[in-house]
Write a protein of this length. Structure first.
Length: 443
């Protein structure tokens, strides 16, 4: 991850850049079984063996050790890292391209790999930066993201996966100099090629030794995909703020491309509340070896690496597959996050129901996903368009579990169906916080 100056300002690197060839897709075959948590509309994804991901990290460590202790832009260790990843992808049947650029007087490389097949007008792109800082081998930052997406790509090949969308993977150069490689890639895309990218998924530091579980809150569909995965593991997540604008998703986002991703923390300090829900040590950085010589293969939390690698495959499979939408006019959903103040005023989230006739049904389904560290504090109501309130959940001092993820059946047959319905949530006790993740009405 790019160093903060002092927070999320990127360093402009002088770049005189040479364009490599664009990629062309061809044809693949069939899909694979999964151990991922189930979710409606998401096709099954395979488990990503963490041992395989760690084997890639061991290779990156060996490369750094043999090349002055790092894999930084312009150094022999970086080019050797690119060659290692490219050889794996070539052998697996990907079409690979090296895109070259110049920064700080040295040649840099982006490695782009396309899986043959899928709709070339709908490209799902997954990326991670492959360079380290000069101070160390960069195994968490960002061997972890690079190794995890490499193993996900190899899982695509092993499964002969035939997605609906076209899959593209990327390993970026010179991220540590200010996202130089990814910025160059985006800037060289024609307007039509940018429009073909339906989403970019970024993974920068996903094996931090004192990990958190952070999800980018940029594109709602991508965000919800990752949150659904972690909800299936009963692992709470938080919105990612430490790396906002500081990694390779930034140039894609700035170009109007939907982005999302995962992050396990850098030099921010883990709080007591975070340690309580995730384990680890409060008062210490998520990664004490961030941008340091000790960012070696010993600087990895296997559980975080394993979970995040599986989450990557879950998102790649789910976001690239053909899904069956609900019948038109049946499901109305709001996926925007709404913070619930601790022991404060009630907040609401709205959905606008249109195209219905008559009244709502006697079996109206209200599905809620509320992330909260003590669900017993919460009072949850469904508000009809005329303001009538239907109690979904009362507060209870004995209800000490996390989160409210449930579907309630409401007899709303006396209410007009069309109009603005609201979910109202109030935290009535102190010391715990949360937010409305999403909710929907099914008629």
């Amino acid at each position: 991850m790019t160093l903060a100056f002092p927070r999320r300002t990127t360093v402009a690197a002088a770049a005189s850049l040479a364009l490599a060839a664009l990629l062309t897709p061809a044809v693949p075959a069939s899909a694979a079984p999964s151990t991922a948590p189930p979710s409606a509309g998401i096709l099954a994804a395979p488990d990503i063996p963490v041992a395989n991901v760690k084997a890639h990290l061991a290779q990156l460590q060996s490369i750094a050790t043999a090349n002055g202790g790092n894999r930084a832009h312009g150094r022999a260790g970086y080019k050797a890292s690119v060659d290692y990843v490219k050889a794996k992808l070539d052998a697996a049947g990907f079409t690979t391209t090296l895109q070259t650029f110049t920064s700080s007087g040295s040649t840099g490389y982006n490695l782009i790999a396309d899986w043959p097949g899928g709709d070339a007008s709908q490209v799902l792109m997954t990326g991670a930066h492959l360079d380290s800082v000069t101070a160390g081998p960069g195994i968490n930052d960002n061997g972890s993201g690079s190794a995890a997406i490499l193993e996900t790509a190899l899982a695509v090949s092993r499964a002969s996966y035939q997605p609906s969308k076209h899959l593209r993977f990327a390993w970026w150069g010179a991220e540590e100099l200010g996202m130089v490689g990814s910025t160059y890639y985006v800037n060289q895309l024609a307007t039509a090629d940018r429009a073909r990218i339906t989403g970019y998924l970024n993974f920068d530091m996903i094996g931090s030794p004192n990990p958190g579980y952070f999800v980018y809150d940029d594109d709602p569909t991508i965000e919800k995909t990752f949150k659904d995965y972690y909800a299936g593991l009963s692992v709470p997540t938080e919105i990612e703020t430490e790396g906002d604008g500081r990694s390779d998703h930034a140039p894609f986002k700035n170009a109007g491309i939907p982005v999302g991703g995962l992050f396990s923390g850098a030099d921010y300090i883990k709080t007591a509340a975070q340690a309580q829900k995730w384990g680890g040590t409060s008062g210490l950085a998520f990664d004490r070896c961030y941008h340091a010589s000790c960012d070696t293969s010993a600087n990895i939390n296997d559980t975080a690496l394993d979970r995040n690698s599986d989450a990557i495959a879950y998102a790649v499979w789910g976001l690239s597959a053909a899904t069956t939408p609900p019948p038109s006019g049946t499901v109305f959903e709001n996926t925007a996050d709404v913070a619930v103040p601790d022991n404060g005023a009630a907040v609401t989230s709205s959905v606008s129901v249109t195209g219905r006739t008559g009244n709502a049904p006697a079996t109206l389904k209200a599905s809620v996903d509320i992330k909260h560290t003590y669900r017993g504090d919460l009072v949850v109501d469904l508000l009809a368009p005329d303001g009538s309130a239907y109690r979904l959940k009362n507060s209870s001092s004995s209800d000490s579990a996390d989160n409210v993820i449930a579907t309630y059946t409401v007899n709303a047959s006396s209410e007009a169906a069309n109009g603005t319905w609201k979910l109202r949530v109030q935290d009535v006790a102190a010391q715990d916080t949360g937010y409305i993740d999403s909710w929907k009405l099914t008629f």
